[in-house]
Design a binder for this molecule. Structure first.
Ligand code: CTP
Length: 404
């Protein structure tokens, strides 16, 4: 079964999100959103209007954000701790979820009559609204006019969704789901260095059938390839992940092409148009010449399997026309630099990333060295997520330099 996970959310790590809540039945969803934001590594400060406090308590939001909740504009004690100007300066992003019709009306007209509107007025960062209201209120001409003013002021709109409402009506005005809001927040911090680029990544092991129940394979977990896919998406690329069997969740917004054998993987790669091709898969070098049609039964003391060489997927793509920018990975147990540089030339690559197979397979962290014609860069031990982001930054930078 394919699952999806918010892997692109690495962009939220250490980001400062000010979460504003207005009154409305959807306020309960903000509790889950707060939990997801904190889980993705963001620092969250919560500001609640009086109306919001009728639906959900500040104590709940305080427990989830790990910070005291801000509610008052004219409270000298609260202003001394972190006043509306400091809150506005602190934030990298302000998201008001749910945003009520009343709040949108006040914001559209520059009112600063409570803490949340005052913070929004004093902001220096992007402001996004996730509206939630009855469908008739949403469709009302006054709301539409306010919306026009808010959009003209560059304020972002997350939703609303269509559907059944708490009051029983059906139509536009539902708050987006917490996970959708989380994705939209993460997208605000994506770097965009690969915007519009088609990136194809091979990942995981391949399995070469011996008979219908057995296969030859290796220990590749696929983690590095999947982390690179997430990092490339974060950088704005259009990513296709051609993956052998793994247990990993598929990064959000990534097209997955599942494959089993090396021959399947080659066929899948040859039909994908790519600007950048990154081969991370641990492709089996050999396959069984003639897999048995039925299960092989044990009888003789010894059994020999005739193996034949698999095609080299990366070397094949590196000679295709038009040729993408080609990056390989070299997993070695010894003479790392020499073997990696030899592969860079023999496979006709633009870059190769060398790693020690004995310490990298299956682990969550890695140390690698990237080599390209005339240069190299060492990456100290770090999480595969962080490493993937740094490698994508390097690949994006080097792929801009004209290549053969
Ligand atoms: N690769 C590939 N197709 C193959 C074998 C390898 O696309 N049939 C790619 C891998 O995805 C990796 C790079 O080539 O990016 C290097 O793979 P590696 O197994 O380290 O090198 P090999 O060429 O197979 O050499 P050897 O096994 O002799 O070390």
């Amino acid at each position: 079964m394919m699952t999806s996970t918010p892997t692109a959310l690495t962009t939220l790590q250490n980001k400062r999100v000010l979460l504003g809540l207005c009154g409305g039945i959807a306020a309960y969803k903000a509790a889950e959103l707060c939990r997801l934001l904190v889980g993705a590594g963001a620092q969250v400060q919560v500001v609640m209007t009086k109306g919001a406090q009728e639906f959900i308590t500040p104590l709940t939001m305080q427990a989830l954000s790990g910070q005291a909740v801000h509610t008052e504009l004219l409270d000298p004690g609260a202003e001394a701790a972190m006043g509306h100007i400091q809150l506005a300066r602190w934030a990298d992003l302000i998201l008001v979820a749910p945003a009520s019709a009343n709040f949108m009306a006040r914001l559209a007209h520059g009112e600063a009559s409570d803490l949340l509107t005052a913070v929004c007025l004093a902001r220096r960062c992007p402001l996004a609204l996730a509206p939630a209201m009855n469908q008739a209120m949403w469709s009302n001409a006054s709301t539409a006019a306010n919306l026009g003013l808010l959009k003209a002021a560059g304020i972002l709109l997350f939703g609303p969704a269509n559907g059944v409402q708490a009051c029983g009506d059906v139509g536009p005005g539902r708050l987006l789901e917490p996970n959708e809001l989380l994705q939209l927040c993460a997208a605000q911090f994506a770097t965009g260095s690969l915007a519009g680029q088609r990136v194809v990544i091979t990942a995981g092991p391949t399995r070469e059938a011996i008979d219908p129940v057995r296969y030859l394979s290796n220990h590749s977990s696929g983690k590095m390839g999947y982390a690179l896919a997430a990092a490339a998406i974060e950088a704005g690329a259009d990513v296709t992940l051609i993956s052998g069997p793994t247990d990993l969740p598929v990064p959000e917004r990534c097209k997955l092409v599942p494959v089993i054998s090396a021959l399947d993987m080659l066929a899948a790669c040859q039909v994908q148009a790519a600007d950048i091709f990154i081969a991370v898969a641990a492709v089996a070098d050999y396959r069984v010449a003639l897999p048995a049609a039925g299960k092989i039964k044990k009888s003789a003391e010894e059994l020999s399997l005739a193996l034949v060489r698999n095609p080299d997927i990366l070397a094949t793509i590196a000679t295709s026309t038009p040729r993408p920018f080609c990056v390989g990975f070299a997993a070695e147990t010894d003479n790392l630099a020499d073997y990696a540089k030899a592969k860079l030339h023999s496979k006709g690559l633009d870059m190769i990333v060398a790693n020690d197979a004995t310490s990298t397979f299956g682990n969550d962290s890695a140390s690698v060295t990237a080599y390209w014609p005339g240069g190299e860069q060492l990456f100290e031990p770090q999480s595969k997520t962080q490493l993937a982001r740094r490698l994508i930054a390097l690949i994006s930078q080097r792929s801009l330099i004209p290549h053969v």
